[in-house]
Ligand binder design. Structure first.
Ligand code: GLU
Length: 293
């Protein structure tokens, strides 16, 4: 039965490599949920990284998705065309004092984290040590004026104190440990996470929450690798007064050795499989999403 207003789903790949079977699973699952609920299916290109994202990967992605038999609403939202939306959200976080400039480079953080007991985020990256958290406004302004590169980091402790409520999300899929239902969000596990950079007024985390809200996404259906990132997304949504979509994290498609698929692994790339004679039906059957199943 159609649901009114319609549920809104999105598949949001980053065009930084060829799509593989894991992307096919995510895209087809989103489209299936949309079809089953007479909902909407949107495609969003998450191309804020100008170094890794390329127009040829974007063209390949659109070709692969069409080959799978998918159709989506147009125009497709391309994040690189909407920096002003992210800048506006960033400005709000800056004026509220929820982010601060941090100049420590990734290499400097990595050097500190040579100590095996150094705390790490859920993706295994070393946590930012917080050196610049307590800098005075004058020191921050002087450092920015010096022209040094920096990142805007979220002051998680301050943000959580301001939010003053237990953050949760509604999960209808499952976390890596089978978690489902109402999930407590723990953004502090990510430390003072990067929200934007000096030259790019956003990060994955900020762009994804701004876009999900602007596009009226009601259900975020994506891989389990993004399960823990949802905690950061919920915090940003509350800080920015954005609605909370429901979340469905799905299983990852693994290779024969049980590893997560990588964009660099041609063997599972959709265009490679197509060239090797696979049909869209073969892909569906292989990933357990055969039509009528
Ligand atoms: N662009 C992200 C990726 O390709 C997905 C973002 C999301 O679904 O929230 O991994």
């Amino acid at each position: 039965m159609p649901v009114d207003p319609p549920l809104v789903f999105r598949f949001a790949p980053s065009p930084n490599g060829p799509l593989h079977l894991g992307h096919a699973y995510s895209a087809l699952l989103n489209a299936r949920f949309a079809a089953e609920t007479a909902g909407r299916f949107l495609l969003r290109l998450e191309d804020i990284d100008p170094v890794r994202c390329r127009p040829d990967f974007e063209r390949m992605a659109l070709d692969d998705l069409a080959w799978l038999g998918l159709t989506w609403e147009t125009p497709v939202r391309r994040q690189s065309e909407h920096c002003e939306d992210y800048r506006a959200a960033l400005e709000r976080l800056i004026s509220a004092g929820f982010v601060y400039p941090a100049f420590l480079s990734r290499a400097q953080i990595k050097a500190r984290a040579a100590d095996p007991t150094w705390p790490r985020d859920p993706d295994g990256a070393p946590l930012y040590p917080g050196d610049e958290h307590d800098w005075s406004t004058a020191r921050r302004e002087a450092a920015i004026a010096s022209g040094a590169p920096f990142a805007w980091r979220l002051d998680v402790a301050r943000a959580l104190a301001a939010v003053g409520q237990t953050l949760t999300w509604h999960e209808s899929g499952a976390g890596p440990g089978g978690e489902t239902g109402v999930i407590p969000a723990d953004p502090a596990r990510w430390g003072d996470v990067i929200i934007a950079r000096k030259d790019i007024p956003t990060s994955y985390h900020l762009a994804v929450v701004v876009d999900d809200a602007l596009q009226g996404i009601t259900h975020v259906v994506r891989g389990q690798d993004l399960y823990f990132a949802t905690a950061v997304h919920r915090l940003l949504q509350v800080l920015l007064g954005l609605p909370a979509p429901r979340y469905h994290h799905h299983r990852l498609i693994l290779d024969a050795q049980g590893h997560k698929l990588a964009k660099s692994d041609g063997a599972t790339g959709l265009s490679e499989l197509r060239a090797a004679g696979w049909t869209a039906r073969d892909v569906r059957a292989h990933i357990g999403l055969a039509e009528g199943s």
